[in-house]
Write a protein that binds this ligand. Sequence first.
Ligand code: NAD
Length: 495
Amino acid sequence: MKKIQNYINGNLIGLSEEYLPVIDPSKGEEVSKVILSDSRDMEKVIESSKASFSEWSNTTPLKRSRIISKYKELIEKNIEHLAKLVSVEHGKTLDDSKGSVIRGLEVVEFACGIPHLLKGEYSQNVGTNIDSWSIRQPLGICAGITPFNFPAMVPMWMYPISIACGNSFILKPSEKNPSCSLKLAELFSEAGLPDGVFNVVNGDKKIVDLILESNEISSISFVGSTNVAKYIYKKSSSSGKRVQALGGAKNHLVVMPDANIDQAVDGIIGAAYGSAGERCMAVSVAVAVGDVADELVNKIQNKAETLKVAPWTDKTSEMGPLISKEHLENVEKHIANGIKEGAKLIIDGRNIKIQGYENGYFLGATLFDHVTKNMSIYKQEIFGPVLSVVRAKNYQEALDLVNNHEYGNGSSIYTSDGETSRHFTTNTKIGMVGVNVPIPVPMAFHSFGGWKQSLFGDHSMHGIEGVRFFTKLKTVTSRWPKSIQSGPEFVMPTN
Ligand code: NAD
């Protein structure tokens, strides 16, 4: 059985003797084992990150950018391989995996512009003969802790920008699918990144806690579930680290009576069931406004019933399995609760069997109608292919649902009315908002992040927010000797 270790200082190594099985969710079979790193691995990774920082932070941004450009080419060359690594350990379709690698690659592309992005501001004569300018300097050693659902893209939201800014970076990927991160690290070395600038350390809570407790680490970037995000935020900020901790979601898509219903249905189907609903921007609630509900539910039902659920090796697959047996059982529990609480189950995806993959963690598309705001299936993040339709009398009731939900990651409205759309984008208490777009994921040169229980900390990920997160601002005020007036000044200078 293959043993997956750490990538430290340009080598695949591991000191801990403890390992955890990595499962192919399509088959429910162990495909490899991943190391559960301990304090010995932690010591090595800190030593390597520390040693590389001084030289890397003093490497010119242009030289850093050239290495990143080369890295971009290598990712492009290896895209099929990277996508396959994602599909084997995650289960999503190959095209979807490829799409996710490309969305990560776009951050690498963005990071190539680092000489421009790090330009500061300059003011001449802030006082008589005094000039002032600002510079952004790297933080030191940064760390990222990432979830299972995007093994390539989410790490790439973090480390390319952090490294471009001159930091060294330690990645702790999800223990459920660690292989892609190791390949991404190897490719970065191949592109010319000095050893130790990008290290990958595998494991579970034990290594996460060692990362959070380390005084050598300056910042933590986290993406995962809300409870863990809160824990990470509290523990890291109490030890003075900079933190961005992105949590869970419950994204609403509002369908107005004046919307193009067929477009809305296509949007909902892809956004609710793509990647088996295991996306933090998945649509898990469709809000049908006014008299649109019956037609909307019928049309969603017709399309959802024909979705092809199959392993990623089947090219016609539209939806793969869930990540684990525990997660499958948890999602099934949510469905049972929905029925108990009185929601109308229109499509039941439970008990689906795929020939030859009977032990895989598959669940078919599931659809509930007449869901209300007090039901647990409405309140909680399910993270599976389960869509709830809530009926709202009018636009205001729909907006209140969106705004009163504890999560605030993404939300969309389908409408043909500009005034409604403008009101929605202005008044939703949500981080990422779409108009006639089902999953409003910002591009690499914008920034990704939610509000409320979906993000703890002040910075979203990537884009200029990423550059700000991974650098410290310094403002310099300077006057040259010949211009210095004699004698001390005891009042605040005012010009
Ligand atoms: P998770 O919170 O279980 O795990 C995320 C990471 O934290 C993993 O690396 C894991 O090893 C580590 N971890 C888990 N439990 C821990 C603990 N008790 N203490 C310390 N570290 C711990 O999340 P997941 O199941 O891998 O991913 C799914 C979740 O991620 C969903 O809630 C989803 O909404 C969220 N997510 C959010 C975004 C976003 O941008 N807001 C993006 C992707 C996923």
